[in-house]
Design a protein around this ligand. Structure first.
Ligand SMILES: [Zn+2]
Length: 82
């Protein structure tokens, strides 16, 4: 089934939280699965495609249910959902 066009909302996160997260994600000593945990904790989830920190939340309304996906800027470009 083709997904309908989603409603896009930005991921809202405070600057210090974002800085903290960036430090963790850019740290080569932090294990990948821990980075994912940090992203999930801070932003509510990772990008649905590449697991990077998401910038937008896409809400798909499908037959009465809402399906929520998160995407980063790069994947949004590819999906051209902007
Ligand atoms: Zn992505």
């Amino acid at each position: 089934m083709k997904k309908p066009k989603p409603t896009m909302t930005p991921v809202v996160i405070s600057d210090d939280k974002l800085q903290f997260l960036k430090k963790k994600v850019d740290d080569p000593n932090v294990l990948q699965f821990l980075k994912r945990d940090f992203i999930r904790e801070t932003m509510g989830g990772t990008c649905s495609i590449c697991e990077e920190p998401p910038t937008k939340i896409a809400t798909y309304r499908m037959e009465g249910i809402s399906v929520i996906e998160r995407y980063c800027g790069k994947c949004l470009e590819k999906l051209s959902l902007k």
